[in-house]
Design a protein around this ligand. Structure first.
Ligand SMILES: O=C(O)C(=O)Cc1ccccc1
Length: 301
């Protein structure tokens, strides 16, 4: 049976995302995001499920760095989960002195913790479920977890539906070794990472290549290139699919200007259809290419 390696242990939000994306594969928990990616790179799993961005805390940097470094992986699908938290403790705990979770979870319950557990020391764990395991094992008193962790671990629910920001969401990717992308749907996202020499206007020129072709950017993140202080990689998500003319044309233009790694074209989980300006449809590109061909052959001018 084929396998999806996911950022675990059992009971993480990522497990929930992996379940929603699975088409019957076995789900295999990995302790860290890089470990889930390595499992795919080494062929121990066919796919990896990892979080990529959060509407409150922003990018998941371990995922971005893992996508830019080592051998290429591409996103073939995504899931979007609403994120509200459950706070778990051992039944015998009377006073919560320590509360543990993943940094993205802690960032989203800061106000709740200040109001409800002001005396508790906040401790960072590798994932929400790793925090639940540590509470079960007596290391900490409480964990901020995914709702599913309450079914996974024998702990008491102290609070449910905890979230400083209502409607917070996290987006997850299903990663594969390079492969033909899924068919375009009209509601797709394409992702790349671009690295370029540090000179005036370089990023503006890159963004212009997209704007000129009527491509709507949906995310832009910069990450430092390790060992090269002051130099950055840019992660871009935009509407559209590499199979579409405007996207293929833009990627070719970027490729001429800078180093580009393709991170996948896949359907958007929110189903939002791409806005395509009136001059940037596939038939506009085809008609323009046909005109150039005819001019070159002397049929037209
Ligand atoms: O730790 C988890 O459960 C994860 O899957 C990462 C995460 C943490 C906080 C919000 C969403 C995802």
């Amino acid at each position: 049976m084929s396998r999806i390696a996911y950022f675990g242990p059992a009971g993480t939000f990522t497990e929930q995302a992996a379940r929603s994306l699975s088409t019957g594969q076995e789900l295999v928990p990995m302790e860290t995001i890089p470990a889930a990616m390595t499992a795919v790179r080494k062929g121990d799993a066919e796919l990896a499920c990892v979080p990529v961005e959060n509407s409150v805390e922003g990018p998941v940097t371990a995922t971005l760095d893992g996508l830019a470094e080592d051998s290429p992986l591409v996103a073939v699908a995504e899931a979007l989960l609403p994120v509200h938290f459950t706070v778990l403790t051992r039944p015998e705990v009377r006073t919560v002195r320590t509360v543990a979770s993943h940094p993205h979870a802690l960032a989203q319950v800061r106000h709740w913790l200040e109001r409800n557990l002001p005396e508790a020391r906040v401790v960072v764990a590798s994932s929400t479920a790793a925090a639940a395991v540590a509470v079960r094992d007596g290391e900490y008193d409480a964990a901020v977890t995914a709702p599913v962790a309450a079914q996974t671990y024998p702990l008491k629910v102290l609070a449910e539906g905890v979230a400083d920001v209502p409607d917070a969401r996290t987006r997850f990717l299903l990663l594969s070794p390079p492969c033909p992308p899924p068919e375009p749907t009209g509601a797709d996202r394409t992702s790349i990472v671009a690295s370029m020499a540090n000179r005036t206007g370089a990023l503006a020129e890159l963004l212009n290549e997209l704007a000129l072709r009527g491509i709507n950017l949906t995310r832009l993140d910069a990450r430092p290139i390790k060992g090269n202080f002051g130099f950055y990689r840019f992660f871009l998500d935009f509407e559209g699919h590499i199979a579409e003319a405007r996207v293929g044309d833009a990627l070719a233009a970027l490729r001429r200007r800078c180093e580009v790694r393709f991170l996948g074209s896949h359907p958007r989980a929110d189903g939002v259809r791409a806005t395509v300006s009136a001059t940037a449809t596939d038939s506009d590109f085809a008609a323009a290419a046909e005109w150039v061909r005819a001019v070159r052959s002397g049929e037209r001018a």
